[in-house]
Design a protein around this ligand. Structure first.
Ligand code: SAH
Length: 357
């Protein structure tokens, strides 16, 4: 029997496991505390657990995050971690400092099957889903590398993959992230970003997790959105925005819409006005992402002036709109630049080659 990786279990499931071994509930919570709060992977060091329990754990279980095989520091302070999974596949997680925040961007799948036209990760296709433990393991591994005194404050599901297409593992990972016996993040500090899977979004609404939701919109007409995002051919903007309106937002929380600005495609003043019309009445903010270029994409980032005019148009109509100057562009860690050397259908990019070899 191969050892069970306890990072696959939520704190509640850890309690269930030790209970099934005849231990009291609090032992499970102590175990979760060692793993998720103290980052201790060795059962030997779990000094308040009885020896018999530690022995059984050592025989039957491990605490094993994905291995960080590369760490690439960007000039802007962010760090891209390349992590190797048990089957040798690689994923990325990005640590991004910003004023008083330290955000970790995690992946939810190896590759992605949604093929958004401007996204480099999308050129990989979907290789496989991550397990809950592989998602949680990114947080665990990133945290273990932080200098003393520094602490992750936020987690965003904006790395490789579509979290709502890997629904079960995503929700399980979220439970471990927000559980007080797990990582203990406030749900307000966690954001799940989606291409806009209406059914997934409705399911998430029923989980009572209260995490933030970001929806990748990128266009204000079905014509443009379907061209950029094949997913829109199944669920049009009307359906998507209706689901967004129904999404139960906790007080003072707002939906985020991500909008990647592509020159000559979706970045004109008319596009901005159409977007305002679409979002009228929604409790939301818009995150504008200037396109991060990759070789052979066929897209361009608009000029700074156009970006600011687009933002100004939204602001003038009363929307909250920020421009996200992506982190880690120089180490290919920016939005939509994450890719590892699997099933590549785009042209080779020397920078990506060097990090995925
Ligand atoms: N699959 C989820 C999570 C990815 S989040 C989603 O689509 O929301 C990454 C964000 O960056 C998405 O909004 C994505 O559309 C955007 N993005 C992808 N490629 C990009 C690029 N090259 N430049 C800027 N933004 C990009």
């Amino acid at each position: 029997m191969s050892a069970q990786n306890l990072l696959e279990l939520t704190p509640n499931e850890l309690v269930g496991l030790v209970e099934s071994w005849g231990e009291p509930t609090y032992r499970g919570r102590q175990l979760a505390g060692w793993i998720y709060q103290k980052s201790v992977p060795d059962f030997d060091r779990m000094s308040n657990l009885p020896r018999s329990l530690r022995t059984r754990l050592a025989e039957e279980a491990v605490v094993k995050p994905p291995e960080v095989v590369e760490s690439l520091a960007s000039r802007d302070g962010s760090t891209k971690l390349v992590l190797r999974l048990r089957d040798g596949r690689r994923i990325h997680a990005v640590v991004m400092p910003d004023e008083d925040r330290l955000t970790l961007c995690v992946s939810s799948q190896v590759g992605c099957g949604f093929a958004c036209a401007f996204c480099y990760t999308g050129t990989m296709g979907l290789v496989r889903d991550l397990t809950a433990g592989e998602i949680v393991g990114q947080v665990w591994a990133a945290r273990a590398r932080l200098p003393a005194g520094s602490r992750l404050t936020h987690v965003v599901f904006m790395g490789m993959g579509e979290p709502l297409a890997n629904y079960g593992a995503t929700v399980k990972a979220l439970r471990t992230l927000v559980s007080p016996d797990g990582f203990g993040f406030s749900p307000r500090r966690i954001t799940v970003s989606t291409v806009g899977l209406v059914q997934g979004l409705e399911r998430l609404a029923r989980e009572d997790l209260r995490v933030n939701l970001a929806v990748s919109l990128h266009a204000a007409t079905d014509e443009v959105r379907s061209r950029l995002m094949p997913v829109n051919r199944g669920w049009g903007l009307e359906d998507l925005l209706a689901a967004c309106r129904r999404f139960p937002l906790p007080v003072r929380q707002r939906l985020t819409f991500e909008y990647t600005l592509l020159d000559g495609v979706n970045a004109s003043v008319e596009d901005a006005r159409r977007l305002c019309g679409r979002l009228r009445g929604l409790r939301c903010k818009v995150n504008l992402i200037p396109f991060n270029a990759w070789d052979g994409s066929g897209f361009r980032r608009p000029s700074l002036e156009r970006i600011l005019v687009f933002q100004r148009t939204l602001l003038n109509s009363g929307l909250t709109a920020t421009v996200r100057w992506s982190k880690g562009e120089d180490v290919s860690a920016a939005c939509g630049q994450l890719q590892t050397a699997e099933r590549r259908r785009a042209v080779a990019d020397p920078l990506h080659e060097s990090v995925s070899a």
